[in-house]
Design a protein around this ligand. Sequence first.
Ligand SMILES: Cc1ncc(COP(=O)(O)O)c(C=O)c1O
Length: 410
Amino acid sequence: MYDIDKVRRDFPMLDNKKMQNKPLIFLDNASTTFKPQCVIDKMNEYYTEMTSNSHRGDYDLCYNIDVEVAKTRKEIAKFVNSEVNEVVFTSGDTEAINLVAYGYALDNLKKGDKILISITEHASNVLPWYRICQLTGAEVVFVELENKRITANSVKNAFNKYSNIKLAAFAHVGNVLGYEINAKEIASICHSHGALLLLDGAQSVPHMPIDFKDLDVDFLTFSAHKMCGPTGIGCLVGKYDLLQKMSTFHLGGGMNVKFNKDMELEVLDAPAKFEAGTLNLSAIMGFGEAVKYISNIGIENIHKHDQELFDYAISKLEKEDKIIIYNKDSRNGIISFNIKGVFAQDEATLLNSKGIAVRSGQHCAKMIDEVIGEPATVRMSTYLYTSKEEVDAFIDALINGGDILDAYFN
Ligand SMILES: Cc1ncc(COP(=O)(O)O)c(C=O)c1O
């Protein structure tokens, strides 16, 4: 039984916080999430009891932090079902995608090759590929969407249309419309054409069970801050043989075995070869704690909770003529909508005046307007601590919230 009241008590940000002098209702969880006290405590533990550098000393403090880093890596591997040495720490999802771009694609793509993406992708899963194409002469091509979605069929069509696709990169769950792709089937299609698949898990790993081995994707990326963890830390999970073949992206201490005056360098095995410099140690400790926290609640329970809130909100919103919903059938904790005749940012400002945090605009997916036919949307997104009462208050504010000018002149 999912005990929402108990879950909410774990989060200091939910403890009578106000925005605009109203109780804070946070519905921008696709952007970032609140941290439970145990994560905050774990991060503090690094500064108050464990400060030292990892992999760099022969004294107990260093050993202890090495153990913590190893524990987090193991926790993450268990959570996504990968091998422990397939987990590379990065500063977040964005850096993880860039690591694949610079560590894999830069070496392996050439003029005439193609990278397959979609126009629904977040900037982080578009711009690194543009840069790689500028550097290699390869080309980015776009999958044709079917009913706003990337389907197995649309990916097959792309492989029929374009030769030499070497890499595909898609969000597992889109950050504007919340549609989930069939990653396993799409990975199999990519592999049958000799291409690799990078799965951007920024919006899926925090919300639903993920099995890296079963999906058989080549790379999986995600950020801790979207799953109750700290900012500034995330992961690339990659098949080990690919990680071993990839070039390093950052170079420095902690990633090399030796180097000499002839500029010869021997690097450590993955994942260490990608983790140059001092790691974000308190964040790594907090990340491990966040994964443990979510695992204890149960990722299936979290997914079900998001879906129940989604169904509940949609059942009420779709009765309202003035509300246009762009993803009624995505069921993944993200609802993108507009109020007829109201600019998205004005609606978000009105909601802010009522203490409700949502996001408006293009949500970093700057080609999404082609899919929805509008320059901007309002996005509400839930997480494990979002209550039905908060969703009710949000719906009430949309329906009975008054004129948008109230937000500016009250
Ligand atoms: C689908 C998707 N990809 C990538 C990112 C980038 O994540 P980060 O800013 O944590 O690196 C986001 C963030 O919103 C996202 O939603």
